[in-house]
Design a protein around this ligand. Structure first.
Ligand SMILES: [Zn+2]
Length: 249
């Protein structure tokens, strides 16, 4: 088999769709560009799922999400945008101190990342990495690219700074106007053991969006899944992937 045939077979088997590089970049499960964690390991996932929140922290939403998680005894991972973290370091510290995980979601959350060069991605990952480490005192090791889009450059940058890329297996679809009921409808009944859920506690820089539906949905989602025998566990418990680097920040 020629190299190109090998490559073609790999793309098909890894992604189940002949979409090539563009598909590999946007499909949350495709591992063509390298390893991606998108759901729990079956042996670790019995009766469990993982909660993740993107695009925070914000003053309006993140503290309310943390209050709800504390009331319910639930832990989550927050993939924060560096530009937002710089504005609200106290909230990032609170996330960490309350036993949740802080992950890297780039400095600027660019929508045009696919056009950007390697140096841009290196800087997006490194600057956020250094900022978060200076706030929480440990070096983050989980990276989620904006909108889950992974290119060769994104993958290289993540690897260069010691990150595992984490996407998701189930979406709240709360980046668009929605209601808590609709979010709960998308997440409670369909979720199965091992799922990684994505919601948004924050808003991208320079975007106007009201995340109050997401905030209000957290309680019903956790309680609804609890009634179905599913408990929120950390990404580490679910996947075995370490959330922070072993070396001090
Ligand atoms: Zn995002």
């Amino acid at each position: 088999m020629t190299f190109m045939n090998h490559l073609a077979v790999s793309v098909i088997s890894a992604c189940a769709v002949v979409g090539g590089a563009a598909y590999a970049s946007v499909a949350p499960r495709c591992s063509l560009w390298g390893r991606v964690v998108y759901r729990g390991v079956p042996a670790r996932s019995a009766g469990a799922y993982a909660l993740t929140f993107d695009d925070g922290p914000t003053e309006e939403s993140t503290p309310r999400v943390l209050d709800t998680l504390a009331r319910l005894g639930a832990k989550a991972t927050f993939f924060v945008i560096g530009a937002n973290a710089r504005r609200h370091p106290g909230i990032v510290r609170r996330i960490h101190e309350e036993g949740h995980v802080v992950g890297n979601h780039t400095m600027d959350h660019s929508h045009f990342g696919m056009m950007r060069a390697q140096w841009y991605w290196d800087r997006q990952v490194r600057e956020t990495d250094e900022l978060l480490a200076s706030i929480i005192g440990v070096k983050p090791a989980l990276f989620r690219p904006p909108m889950g889009v992974r290119t060769w450059h994104v993958t290289i940058a993540a690897r260069r700074f010691g990150y595992t890329i984490v996407t998701w297996s189930r979406r709240a679809m709360d980046g668009l106007p929605t209601t808590p009921e609709r979010i709960a409808g998308r997440l409670v009944a369909p979720t199965t053991a091992g799922d990684i859920l994505i919601l948004h506690d924050g808003v991208e820089p320079n975007v106007r969006r009201d995340p109050s539906a997401s905030v209000a949905a957290v309680g019903p989602v956790v309680e609804g899944l609890r009634a179905r025998g599913l408990e929120p566990k950390s990404l580490e418990e679910l996947t075995g992937v370490r959330p922070y680097a072993a070396v001090p920040a």
